[in-house]
Ligand binder design. Structure first.
Ligand SMILES: [Zn+2]
Ligand SMILES: [Zn+2]
Length: 334
């Protein structure tokens, strides 16, 4: 329970009761991400008290009245964003852009708890072959699935992924599954062995050589066809723009909070398409399918696992450069 910035404690509460159209999920595994960290630190405001946690897999513990689609005992992964369904943005299909969008674990209580209450429509059945450790990555995978879709990547193209964190290592796999050759670019070489294992054709640290030269070497032409930016910093945006070829596409999934200088002269002169990509619209099911087919692996990214009692250590581990995805297992330790 987060009562104020950096004031996070495990507390006993009454189990939430599912209302009409809602279900109670017993959380098996929840992922911690940068958003949780910025809520914990107070950089991102929420109303207190708040239970964080928006990336999770679990089992249906109880169902409220009028629940049709899911059954008690079913294993599900939760799509944590739901929108109003009534505004012009929702009606035209842009539900990820709805001003009244609600996120479980941010606007309402989430999954760093034994039980989480969510609308039935947020639950996706987890195919039997998909392990919890893989299903845990479905939410960030849906984010990059949309980004790759918006890049219009197709087989035979070259791509650069900027950032080798959770989103970068997932984007790499989605692109590779589409038959795209991928160069992973990161500040540190720490994840490059894993990137290679997950299909990267090449890796490069940003400090080594000028990125336009690196991209030319990799693509055998003026730069890569497309770039997926996942690091969410002003420098990462600039790196993305120096990697792409004239006429290429850059998709931004990170959210740079600082002012980001961009040479729009070069954007026009080189006719570069810059596209923003915000969470997901209809990509959650596709993310689950990618995990089921084995085209994308989540498990290698789960670097740490903590019980709920060690939630403080989990937040510290998230900041450790050696960690990728930190998982919380709220159940009794086995
Ligand atoms: Zn997240
Ligand atoms: Zn709406």
């Amino acid at each position: 329970m987060l009562r104020a910035p950096r004031d996070l404690k495990v507390e006993a509460t009454k189990p939430p009761q599912p209302g009409p159209g809602e279900v109670l999920v017993r959380v098996d595994l929840a992922g911690l991400c940068g958003t949780d960290y910025s809520i914990w630190s107070g950089d991102r405001a929420v109303s207190y008290p708040r239970v964080m946690g928006h990336e999770f897999v679990g089992r249906i513990e109880a169902i409220g009245p009028d629940v049709q689609r899911v059954r008690t005992g079913e294993r599900v992964v939760v799509e944590p964003n739901y929108s109003c369904g009534r505004c012009p943005l929702c009606r035209e299909g842009n539900r990820n852009l709805c001003f009244q969008r609600t996120t479980v674990g941010i606007d309402v209580d989430g999954a760093f708890a034994e039980l989480a209450r969510v609308p039935e429509r947020c639950c996706w059945a987890v195919p039997g072959l998909v392990a919890d450790d893989d299903a845990l990555l479905a939410e960030p995978l849906a984010v990059v699935t949309r980004a790759v879709k918006r890049s219009a990547a197709h087989a035979g193209e070259t791509a650069a992924v900027v950032g080798a964190g959770t989103l970068g290592l997932l984007a790499l796999q989605v692109l590779t599954a589409r038959g795209v050759r991928v160069l992973v670019v990161s500040r540190s070489a720490r994840r490059f062995a894993m990137a290679a294992e997950l299909g990267a054709a090449d890796t490069h640290t940003v400090a080594a050589d000028p990125l336009d030269i690196v991209a030319q070497r990799f693509s055998g032409r003026e730069g890569v066809d497309l770039v997926i930016e996942t690091a969410g910093s002003a420098t990462a945006v600039q790196h993305a723009l120096s990697l792409v070829r004239p006429g290429g596409r850059v998709v931004l999934t990170g959210l740079p909070h600082e002012p980001t200088p961009v040479s729009f002269f070069s954007v026009v002169r080189r006719e570069v398409t810059i596209t923003g990509s915000m969470i997901y619209q209809d990509e959650f099911g596709e993310a689950v399918r990618l995990l089921e087919s084995g085209a994308v692996r989540g498990r290698p990214l789960v670097s740490h696992r903590f019980g709920l009692d060690a939630i403080g250590a989990a937040f510290a581990a998230h900041k450790d450069p050696a960690s990728i995805k930190v998982a919380i297992a709220p159940g009794p330790s086995t």
